[in-house]
Design a protein. Structure first.
Lengths: 226, 291
């Protein structure tokens, strides 16, 4: 599903590479934590998978396609197969929960009829039934992140990337979001989550890949934070 | 659905930024008016040149001391010259009569000149007006010839003045055009910034570049088109109030400016405005969105 092959990424003007000859494979349906201190290179992996940045060396293969050779005009279509959730939710403040999710469908050319059918379904799935018409500021942090998850999942992506999704949430709310991601994982969606929330990693007991100084220092099938 | 979305985004975008939009439209309109005016002028000068040059006459004035033999020789040479389409010989009486006509407003001058002081002349019409200087050189030094004068040299000075005016209008059009383009680029950047959250989400969920950019590009094109319409209105007003109004006297020199010429400017201005502002908007956004 996802394959990093000897990937090195050095940002311009950086003294040392953010990722240094990293190789890692993730199978379909996996749930993987990438952990490590700030600046270890975790977010660079997310950016590489989304093709926001290109690797300096090595290959990034997503869905059997070499992302690094993707022509720039193909990137939008490629991104439709990946859902994305961030620490800061990235919701549109002037749109309701329903509209935020529907927006993701409309801008890739889906009709309103499709949105009317699919959006309530996915909002129900993330546990926001009845709150469709609330604006982000009328929702709690956890609820906002659920909207973000709904938006990421509404296109039924093969992969869901979560970059510190619990970074702004209290421990209880974080657990709820993790349960939601777990449920989505059970539908067959591969989940790649970048975090330094040790609580969550220890509770979930999923595969843990630890990165430090741009190198993989640990890769455990049912790991803990360490 | 997509069209509706794009159109509503365009309208919202223009309204959100209304002062900038107005500034953009005004500079566009001024620039396009200048452009239209200089194109019309170019067209008029072209017409004028053709009209004048096809009628251009070369006069070969003979010395008062010319002998009949020399006149005969010149006449034969002119008639045998393939570059000359027609020739008319004015003897002293005919020349004097023409002179009297031209100087009818100045009786004193007329009185002081007698027919034998007026030179005889050949009046030539050329097949190709551009050969004037060759003809001039060929006849100037022949015996009995006083001087060869072509009307073209007078007209050339008139054309030089018109050309300078035209250049001025074009320079203004370009300067204004650059200002208009910078304004378009700036407006688009402001618009993109005010919608940066939407743009970020669209990029994230995989909206096509076309879809992300089209509302902004259409916004720029819309302003361009409005500018072009205003510029066309300006040209119509100029035709109405200036060309056919206070400057009517100039028409004898410049020739009438036809409505068809003015009306032809509308599609021209529309296309130029839409293309130029659209392309500017598109490039600005590409740079902006790539960040």
């Amino acid at each position: 599903m996802i394959q990093l092959e000897s990937v090195t990424k050095t940002y311009p003007k950086a003294a040392r590479p953010s990722l240094d000859n990293v190789s890692v494979g993730i199978d379909k349906g996996d749930f993987v934590f990438f952990i490590g201190p700030s600046g270890a290179g975790k977010s660079t992996i997310v950016k590489l998978l989304l093709h926001e940045v290109a690797p300096t060396r090595g290959r990034v293969i997503v869905n059997d396609k070499d992302v690094s050779t993707l022509r720039s005009w193909r990137i939008p279509h490629f991104r439709r197969t990946i859902g994305c959730v961030f620490q800061d939710f990235r919701l549109l403040p002037t749109r309701t929960a329903y509209e935020n999710v529907a927006f993701a469908l409309e801008v890739i050319g889906k009709t309103q009829a499709v949105a009317r059918r699919v959006v309530p379904e996915v909002l129900e799935l993330v546990g926001l039934g009845g709150k469709e018409h609330r604006y982000p500021h009328e929702l709690s942090g956890g609820e906002q992140q659920r909207v973000a998850v709904a938006r990421a999942f509404v296109n039924r992506p093969l992969i869901l990337l979560a970059d510190e999704p619990t970074g702004n949430l209290d421990p209880d709310t974080s657990i709820e979001i993790m349960r939601l991601l777990d449920r989505i994982n059970r539908t067959g969606t591969t989940i790649v989550m970048v975090t330094h929330d040790s609580n969550i990693v220890n509770q979930m007991r999923r595969r843990v890949v630890e990165i430090e100084g741009g190198k993989i220092v640990r890769d455990q099938p049912r790991g803990v934070y360490g | 659905m997509r069209a509706k979305y794009v159109l509503s985004e365009v309208m919202v975008g223009l309204w959100r930024n209304v002062t900038m939009t107005v500034a953009m439209i005004i500079t566009m309109a001024v620039s396009l008016t200048m452009l239209g005016a200089s194109v019309v002028m170019y067209h008029q000068v072209d017409l004028m040149k053709k009209a004048f040059l096809s009628n251009v006459q070369v006069s070969i004035f003979l010395k008062t001391t010319v002998t009949p033999d020399q006149t005969q020789l010149l006449s034969t040479k002119i008639k045998g010259d393939s570059r000359i389409s027609s020739v008319q010989f004015l003897d002293q009486t005919a020349s004097y009569n023409q002179f009297k006509q031209q100087m009818a407003g100045d009786p004193q001058l007329l009185q002081s000149i007698t027919p034998d002081q007026v030179p005889q002349s050949f009046r030539l019409k050329l097949k190709d007006p551009s050969e004037v200087s060759d003809i001039k050189a060929g006849y100037n030094d022949l015996p009995g010839v006083d001087q060869v004068i072509d009307q073209g040299s007078v007209l050339k000075r008139v054309f030089a003045v018109l050309g300078a005016l035209q250049g001025l209008a074009l320079t203004l059009a370009i300067a204004q055009g650059i200002a208009a383009l910078l304004l378009v680029a700036n407006t688009i950047q402001v618009a993109a910034y005010s919608k940066r959250r939407e743009v970020a989400v669209m990029k994230l969920v995989g909206a096509s570049n076309w879809f992300i950019q089209s509302p902004f590009v259409l916004e720029a094109m819309f302003a361009g088109v409005i500018g072009a319409l205003i510029a066309y209105g300006g040209l119509v007003a100029a035709k109405f109030f200036l060309i056919d109004g206070s400057l009517k006297a100039l028409q004898s020199l410049l020739g009438p400016v036809h409505w068809t010429t003015i009306n032809l400017m509308l599609p021209l201005l529309l296309v130029v405005a839409a293309l130029v502002s659209g392309i500017t908007g598109w490039f600005t956004l590409r740079v902006y969105i790539k960040k």
